[in-house]
Design a protein around this ligand. Structure first.
Ligand SMILES: [Zn+2]
Length: 264
């Protein structure tokens, strides 16, 4: 593959990862690698302005809902670091992703990556699945299968955290959404909408099994139902193993996460 030659200009620690990414069919950043190959023998990553966290809303208890926008490419990807407050296994991945993304040559030119740190900071502070109103924020979206209840909310988007993520999604219109969760006794990649190709790619890179949504218990009003089936936007639900070491699951899935972020 012609672009493989670009590896000669990359810092040594990046070569194994880039070699893997370059094997991906349709990898979107070949043109960036080609541009870099024509440059000087040693290419330093440009020093971009330090990205700033933005607050897009507040939780029931007033905690900020924070986003970080990285890169400026035409492909838009949204990473949601957590939605169930007792599933924080993705927190280290959320912390590590900016550095990995920004140090991957060509990535910032190909992709605009928005990171939503945690849509349920009250639940995370209390180590509870739901928010402070005892509503499951993964059941509060205007999907066709929404079911009103005390734990789902009386109407879609009646929780401020769900509204903030809803508005962010409609403003950003990402090409891919990835949401970190955790599952007791297992780990896998789940998808809704036209995301099977990305789920398979994630599986190849991580060893996580692909588990379609219809093989899991019904999830009325879930983010996956609304984004994947109502909006038709590809969405991956990344289920880390509950209680796993967050550092090691990040290392296990880092290449897979970057691969799906970069691949159209
Ligand atoms: Zn969950």
């Amino acid at each position: 593959m012609a672009a493989t030659g670009a590896c000669v200009i990359l810092p040594a620690p990046m070569r194994p990862l880039l070699s893997l990414l370059l094997l991906l069919p349709g990898c979107v950043n070949f043109h960036s690698f080609e541009r870099q190959r024509q440059g000087p023998a040693v290419v330093e990553a440009a020093a971009p302005a330090r990205p700033q966290w933005q607050t897009i809303g507040t939780s029931v208890e007033g905690r900020p809902l924070r986003t970080l926008r990285l890169g400026h490419g035409p492909r838009r990807v949204l990473w949601v670091g957590g939605i169930h407050g007792d599933e924080r296994e993705g927190a280290v991945a959320t912390d590590g992703l900016p550095h990995e993304f920004l140090n991957l040559p060509g990535a910032a030119d190909a992709v605009t990556l928005t990171i939503l740190e945690d849509v349920n900071p009250d639940g995370s502070a209390a180590n509870t699945r739901a928010n402070s109103n005892r509503v499951d924020l993964n059941r509060n979206y205007p999907a066709r299968n929404f079911v009103a209840s005390a734990s789902n909310g009386q109407s879609p988007l009646d929780q401020p955290e769900a509204r903030a993520l809803h508005d962010l999604l409609l403003a950003e219109r990402p090409h891919l959404v990835i949401v970190a969760h955790a599952w007791r006794g297992d780990h896998f990649i789940n998808f809704d909408g036209p995301a099977e190709r990305h789920a398979q790619l994630f599986s190849q890179r991580s060893g996580y099994r692909v588990k379609p949504s219809d093989k899991i218990a019904p999830t009325p009003g879930s983010l996956g139902s609304w984004v994947g089936r109502t909006l038709g936007t590809p969405i991956l639900t990344l289920e880390y193993e509950r209680g796993a070491d967050p550092r090691s699951v990040w290392l296990d899935t880092r290449e897979a996460i970057l691969a799906v972020i970069l691949t159209e």
